[in-house]
Design a protein around this ligand. Structure first.
Ligand code: AMP
Ligand code: MG
Length: 436
């Protein structure tokens, strides 16, 4: 049985990221939030576009004011007012100044801005009593970025500031990776959709909904294939359909050692290479990871960013298959721990795929059998700059979904450790994800 870290490394090594040539689409800026840039964005503009003032004040020539003092102010003639959006009409000569407002263009001849708080205005004249620094409050053209420089790198997940950068650079359409397609299926004769009456022995297929929500939250497209009964032929049909139409497949249930657990067998029958059958974590031990190779990128036919780009022959892609355990908490924990990193690598994110572990303190004593890496769910809150973890009340059975709903994190008890005393430090995995 693999330890969690090794399973994570093996899974990430199996992921073939989307292609920055083929697996891309162009989106308008308002639809770009959370998408991943397929190509670096290069600026065609200088930032700032022209020399401008960082203050409300007066544009002057430094040499005119370098000798001023409280007793002997420099008196300058105000020859023009330059509000925002106005092209200065006059060059500033010696003895002259222009009234200038924040963000306005510097007039020719002036090289320094004196803050309005530092001067005295008197009719058409302005009196300067304090020597400014040379070039004070002038934002020079191209001092932030020059045309031709890379503004945003490939692989960046677009945030509000990045979208502002694109807008400022007048990039109104951007090439992003298409959303990965993730097929989701649930296996089990006992499962029914939530809108059907429950017969004795039946339960609702809640995993499909939870997994679809997580897939969407990760920025991918969920393709829900419903409930498949515990029958090898039915499983074969649906898994075949899933691998032909998606980049990644997630099933839940049917991966244990029970008489009706057909997933592993079906994967082998379909020619998959099974890489992982179990991982030393609790909850979530029976985790199957397999890959199918030799599938053409049939479902995606995007235009090339530049029609002269040679895409070569159509490559074969590998489809990764995650057979998660059916217990609702196990399915979610294994998604957070193993599927999400794989999905982030697949989506084109160049790094930081692994889950974030943070340090905190436990408010309660926590116990484990020490044999598997154990995850206990609860609430982590920041108290004076340090995370404090409170265990969710109620049963910590992997079948009890209810008390997970108000948890935001998992406390981690490493293999070999059987308890964490109240007040002790521990590692915490945050389960909330940034919305995309
Ligand atoms: P399995 O992994 O198939 O042995 O299922 C383990 C437990 O999880 C059983 O109690 C199942 O009824 C339950 N279970 C399996 N699939 C789902 C699902 N999609 N939604 C909710 N519970 C499930
Ligand atoms: Mg089952």
């Amino acid at each position: 049985m693999l330890i969690a870290k090794h399973a994570e490394e093996l899974i990430l090594s199996l992921v073939q990221p989307l292609s920055s040539l083929r697996d891309v689409e162009m989106v308008d800026l308002p639809a770009a939030m959370g998408r991943i840039l397929a190509h670096a964005v290069t600026s065609t503009l200088d930032f700032p576009h022209w020399d401008n003032s960082a203050m409300d004040g007066y544009a002057v020539r430094f040499t005119d004011v370098q000798a001023c003092s409280v007793e002997h102010p420099t008196v300058l003639e105000v020859v023009e007012e330059i509000p925002a959006g106005y092209l200065p009409q006059k060059a500033i000569d010696s003895g002259q100044a222009a009234r200038i407002l924040t963000g306005s263009m510097m007039p020719q001849g002036a090289d320094t801005v004196v803050m309005q708080e530092e001067v005295q205005r008197d009719g058409t004249q302005v009196l300067v009593r304090h020597v400014p620094k040379p070039q004070a409050f002038v934002r020079h053209r191209a001092s932030f970025y020059q045309a031709g420089e890379i503004l945003l790198p490939a692989g960046l997940r677009l945030t509000a500031p990045a979208i502002a950068v694109l807008a400022a650079a007048q990039c109104i359409h951007v090439w992003v990776y298409r959303r990965p397609r993730v097929a989701i299926l649930s296996t089990g004769n006992e499962l029914v959709p939530p809108d059907q009456p429950l017969q004795p022995g039946q339960i609702v297929d809640s995993n499909q909904y939870a997994l679809a929500a997580l897939v969407q939250q990760a920025g991918a497209e969920a393709v829900c294939l419903g409930v498949v009964p515990d029958q090898p032929e039915a499983l074969q049909d649906v898994i075949n359909q899933a691998i032909a139409t998606s980049d990644l497949v997630i099933s839940s249930g049917g991966v244990s050692v029970g008489d009706y657990d057909y997933v592993d067998r079906t994967l082998a029958d379909l020619g998959a290479e099974v890489h992982i059958r179990a991982v030393a974590i609790k909850p979530g031990k029976p985790l199957t990871v397999a890959s199918f190779s030799g599938y053409k990128t049939r479902f995606s036919d995007p235009p090339a960013p530049d029609s002269s780009t040679d895409l070569g022959s159509e490559p074969y892609r590998a489809v990764l298959y995650f057979g998660l355990p059916g217990n609702p908490v196990s399915a979610l924990v294994t998604f957070w721990r193993f599927v999400l990193p794989a999905l982030q690598k697949l989506a084109g994110q160049p790094k930081e795929w692994e889950p974030e572990f943070i340090l905190g303190r436990s408010r309660h004593a926590l116990t484990s059998d020490g044999k598997r890496e154990t995850y206990l769910w609860g609430q982590s809150i920041l108290v004076q700059g340090e995370y404090e973890f409170s265990l969710s009340t109620g049963s910590h059975s992997s079948g009890n979904l209810i008390n997970l709903a108000q948890a935001n994190s998992l406390a981690v008890i490493p293999v070999g450790q059987t308890q964490i005393a109240a007040g002790d430090r521990l590692q915490i995995m945050l389960t909330r994800m940034a919305a995309t």
